[in-house]
Write a protein of this length. Structure first.
Length: 582
């Protein structure tokens, strides 16, 4: 069943969803191009995808269902396997003895309907729904999978406990045999799959006296995922060593490796670090999604003057763009997003990284290998002989790398890199500490980005307003007058609004998230190298003096940016203060 252009045009004209003159123009173009009117209305922004689906459902007489607030029993939901549900956007949500109601984005997807019909042996009743409903249901799959993986791991670790009773294997052959044991393979596969579905950034496997603790870092915070018997430790570590191609019988020295898997159509690389500890070997795996597509500076949380300054810096063909912050603050993601903007056919981009966190087409990426002498410094020396226009150095760790990066920026290259400092202004003393002359810093640095990651509120949240007492307490941490002026300049609040009129938000437990947060977003400060700041650096000013001048020139600090995002409902004041005060 399909809706033809005349049916759609007549209904939209009667309903007033699109002004008649605009509708006639689009309909005329659709007729000339012989395309579907609905697709043209969506592509030109006249209708949303969901409005079009609701309209088509009404014309065809197909019920439209909203599943955003519904919780579906896992027995019903799991009638359609999660990969099929994700691929075909089809969700089972209501079952009777003779029929199964399924929500879809496209009720003409006969392949999906036929698959479900054969699998469940029931009459299939298709219903149209919207994208938000499908996304919400896919999240319910993830939460249900958590329990499923827990059951698998508990069952297999019990089998493993019985099988490994007695002396712990020591020889390489014994460890290799154990690593290929079916219960061990199932436990490790489940751990990795579970971490991916939970959106974890790191997996910690920590041996204790009587057990092994598995922890996931999700949205920047570590959570206990599960505990396993101590007998599982050697098998799990051996399996991970096999995957990462590490020495099985080396237990006295730290080892680093890497491997890749594909899960739910997504390629994920795992960066492995194994460290000897008192009760055995601790394993930490960093999950690296190997695609940077879909990111933009705006989606990372940049806005206003800071966003303009970064775009200005990307138009330069010489100098340096630096991102700063602690480990895990999203510095590399920001650099890759900037590289994505710069990655055009007319430039040659080369990088030296440790590790290569994302793979980018048309970018020449080199992995640091210190054990054979390929350090950041040596790699950078070779890169400048490769005729690059743009160079990315994964991290400036020492004086030699800093000096080479500055020289590259002085000799006709645009250099991107990261540094570990607490703020944008603190980058200057750090570079001086690396024996880089002040006049070289002011001649090369274009912009410095300071950043942190804060947890993002999910769509269900509670709105509130600050009391006078809360405003006064907040005023001790930030300059409220500066922030309210920024809010007015960016037209986020009315010109007459005061702090008592500005809304803030709290997390609220919902079916979407247990703690009210889902994902993370950056809070930033972007400092431009201005004539006044150059003078301060030459004079040997402190980081505080440089920051004061940068604020006079319009820089919004990370804390201030966080408060602005709190007011927009992106995050909470408590989350911003937790992260910035760390």
């Amino acid at each position: 069943m399909t809706v033809n252009n005349k049916q759609l045009k007549d209904f939209i004209a009667d309903s007033g969803l699109v002004p008649r003159t605009e509708l006639d123009e689009v309909a005329k173009r659709a007729e000339e191009k012989k395309t579907y009117l609905g697709d043209m209305l969506v592509s030109e922004g006249k209708l949303s995808d969901d409005d079009l689906r609701r309209t088509e459902a009404y014309i065809l007489g197909i019920p439209f269902v909203n599943l955003k607030t519904q919780k579906v029993e896992f027995d019903v939901l799991s009638l359609i396997p999660e990969p099929i549900a994700r691929k075909h956007n089809i969700i089972a949500f209501k079952k009777t003895p003779t029929a199964l109601e399924v929500a879809m984005l496209d009720t003409d997807d006969l392949t999906a309907i036929d698959f479900v019909k054969k699998k469940v042996g029931l009459k299939i009743l298709p219903r149209l729904t919207d994208e938000e409903s499908i996304k919400g249901m896919l999240l319910q799959y993830q939460r249900s999978l958590k329990a499923e993986f827990g059951d698998i791991i508990e069952k297999e670790s019990g089998t493993l406990k019985a099988a490994t009773a007695g002396a712990e294997p020591q020889s390489e052959d014994d460890l290799k045999k154990l690593a290929e044991d079916l219960p061990v393979v199932k436990i490790v596969d489940s751990l990795l799959s579970h971490a991916i579905t939970q959106g974890a950034s790191d997996i910690h496997i920590e041996p204790l006296d009587t057990q092994v603790v598995i922890r996931y870092r999700i949205d920047g915070l570590l959570h206990d995922a599960m505990t396993l018997p101590k007998t599982a430790a050697s098998g799990i570590v051996a399996r991970i060593k096999v995957l990462a191609n590490l020495k099985l019988d080396e237990k006295r020295l730290p080892q680093d490796g890497r491997f890749k898997i594909e899960s739910a159509g997504e390629k994920v690389a795992f960066r492995v670090s194994i460290l000897p500890v008192y009760f055995g070997e601790k394993t930490v795996m960093r999950l690296l999604r190997e695609s940077v597509s879909g990111f933009s500076l705006e989606s990372l949380g940049f806005h206003g003057l800071g966003l303009e300054r970064i775009y200005e810096a990307t138009k330069q063909r010489v100098g340096m763009i630096l991102t700063t912050g602690p480990t895990g603050s999203g510095k590399t993601t920001t650099l890759y997003t900037i590289l994505d903007i710069l990655n055009t056919p007319d430039v040659n981009i080369s990088t030296i990284e440790d590790p290569i966190e994302y793979q980018m087409t048309r970018v020449n990426q080199t992995q640091v290998k210190s054990e054979i002498g390929l350090t950041f410094a040596n790699g950078l020396r070779s890169l400048v002989r490769q005729d690059p226009d743009i160079i990315m150095v994964g991290e400036i760790r020492d004086t030699e790398t800093a000096s080479l990066a500055v020289n590259a920026a002085l000799t006709g290259h645009l250099v991107l890199s990261t540094l570990h400092t607490n703020s944008a202004a603190a980058t200057m003393p750090r570079l001086l500490d690396m024996d880089i002359e002040a006049f070289l810093i002011v001649s090369t640095v274009n912009v410095i980005i300071g950043q942190r990651l804060v947890r993002r509120l999910c769509s269900v949240k509670e709105k509130y307003f600050l009391s006078q007492e809360e405003v006064e307490i907040l005023g001790k941490s930030v300059d409220l007058d500066r922030i309210i002026n920024v809010l007015k300049e960016e037209k986020l609040i009315a010109p007459t609004d005061e702090w008592k009129d500005v809304p803030f938000y709290r997390p609220k437990k919902s079916s979407e998230s247990e703690d009210g947060y889902k994902g993370r977003v950056g809070i930033h400060e972007v400092m431009k190298m201005s004539p006044a700041i150059r003078e301060l650096i030459i004079k040997g000013a402190t980081a505080t003096e440089i920051e004061v001048q940068a604020k006079k020139e319009g820089m919004t600090t990370m804390l201030e940016d966080g408060i602005i995002k709190s007011m927009q409902g992106v995050t909470t004041i408590e989350e911003v203060l937790r992260v910035v005060s760390e």
